[in-house]
Design a protein around this ligand. Structure first.
Ligand SMILES: [Zn+2]
Length: 98
């Protein structure tokens, strides 16, 4: 039994829905636009880079479901590896589709 990702996204919020004949496309964004710095433990909201990502979800009512997100990484002056990725519980590894 499959469940749609979009119905269970605790750390994401859908901002837009685009419907076509074939596709249901959800544009999603982070609910909280910061991460916790692994070095100093503070909240970090400085965006290091953004990478658009499309994730194919389970079809819904004969339509293909696609989730579009801009994956962000952050940086903190205390953190010498520069980029802190935001880990999303709802989309493990983002491995479904590139
Ligand atoms: Zn820091």
């Amino acid at each position: 039994m499959h469940t749609n990702l979009i119905t269970d996204l605790p750390d994401l919020v859908a901002t837009e829905l685009i419907q076509t004949e074939e596709y249901l496309t959800f544009i999603v964004d982070y609910k909280t636009d910061h991460v916790k710095c692994p070095s100093c433990g503070r909240k970090v909201g400085n965006i290091h880079d953004r990478r658009p990502k499309s994730i194919q979800d389970v079809p819904f009512r004969d339509k293909k479901v696609v989730i579009k997100i801009v994956k962000k990484r952050y940086n903190c002056k205390h953190y010498d590896k520069r980029a802190i990725p935001k880990n999303l519980k709802s989309i493990p590894g983002y491995s479904r589709k590139t």
